[in-house]
Design a protein around this ligand. Structure first.
Ligand SMILES: [Zn+2]
Length: 301
């Protein structure tokens, strides 16, 4: 089954909600980064968050979530665009982090303390940027905290990645529930109690719950209804050789001169692990471009 996202409203339109099944996308990320279970779970949860938070994006817009922390995983990035294309990266994918129990990974130990940065590129002007200090390192609470602190939107968020015995992603998904202006404390109470007692996302996905059924389960008996079409989601990187060439340009001429002697230079995209080969001629072209730019900037000086 393909990954997708559904949207719904409840409590007479005072609550909006999104549910996501991202199993294939997170598994694809795991394969590309060859990541160990805890790194995969951390990255997967952040990718679920990017998908859910990206559910309101339109033309050419994208959202990027970045965790920078003192934990062993160090940096985690997840990005989603309006087409439901998601990519992600974790700096130390191969680390083995001891689990809490036989069945429970210790994502907080991998993430540690630090900051969550949210960038929304709305396709015009300066991107919107917000940030919040991590409060749990388990990611779901941190995302909810971001909305409360940075956007003043009361939010409940759940995300889970289930890793099977053989170490590969079995299920990944989550849901985001937000209160709109006018929602009362009573509604918050009802939702909090319901979600507190609810089965985990991965337990729901393991029992065959679709995103539609997850929303109905969380928001049942509250005039819940689905709105809009479902959005297909998939792992898709936006890199290409030209883009990686531009990255090489940023290295500067002295660095590039050391590469000219090599028959080929291989550059790997950090998001998808795709490798691009640059021939000596390619590198010469890039070097010429850099020298030209350096000359112009020297003239300006
Ligand atoms: Zn890539």
């Amino acid at each position: 089954m393909k990954d997708y996202l559904v949207r719904g409203i409840a409590f007479q339109g005072l609550v909006r909600a999104v549910a996501v099944d991202l199993t294939n996308t997170v598994y694809e990320a795991q394969k590309r980064h060859d990541s160990m279970p805890t790194a995969t779970a951390a990255l997967g949860r952040l990718m679920v968050a990017a998908a859910a938070m990206g559910s309101t994006l339109k033309d050419k817009q994208k959202i990027t979530l970045l965790i920078r922390s003192n934990g062993p995983l160090e940096t985690i990035i997840a990005e989603c665009n309006c087409q439901g294309e998601i990519r992600g990266y974790v700096k130390n994918p191969h680390l083995i982090i001891p689990p809490l129990t036989d069945t429970k990974l210790n994502v907080a130990a991998g993430v540690g303390q630090g900051m969550l940065y949210v960038t929304k590129d709305l396709g015009f002007g300066e991107p919107y940027r917000g940030s919040v200090e991590l409060i749990s390192g388990e990611i779901a609470l941190d995302i909810a905290q971001y909305y409360v602190v940075s956007e003043q939107i009361p939010t409940l968020f759940a995300a889970g990645v289930l890793i099977g015995n053989e170490g590969r992603v079995k299920h990944a998904g989550g849901y985001l529930v937000q209160l709109l202006p006018g929602a009362t404390d009573e509604i918050i109470d009802i939702l909090e109690k319901k979600i507190e007692k609810a089965l985990s996302v991965t337990a729901l996905l393991s029992s065959g719950y679709t995103p539609e059924k997850i929303l109905a389960y969380i928001l049942g008996n509250s005039n819940f209804q689905l709105i809009g079409d479902k959005t297909q989601l998939r792992f898709q990187c936006t890199c290409n050789k030209q883009y990686l060439g531009q990255v090489l340009q940023t290295l500067g001429s002295s660095e590039l001169k050391t590469l000219v002697d090599q028959e080929t230079t291989e550059v790997c995209c950090q998001f998808c692990n795709e490798t691009y080969s640059f021939s000596q001629d390619d590198i010469m072209e890039i070097l010429k471009e850099i020298l030209k730019n350096e000359e112009t900037s020297n003239e300006k000086d």
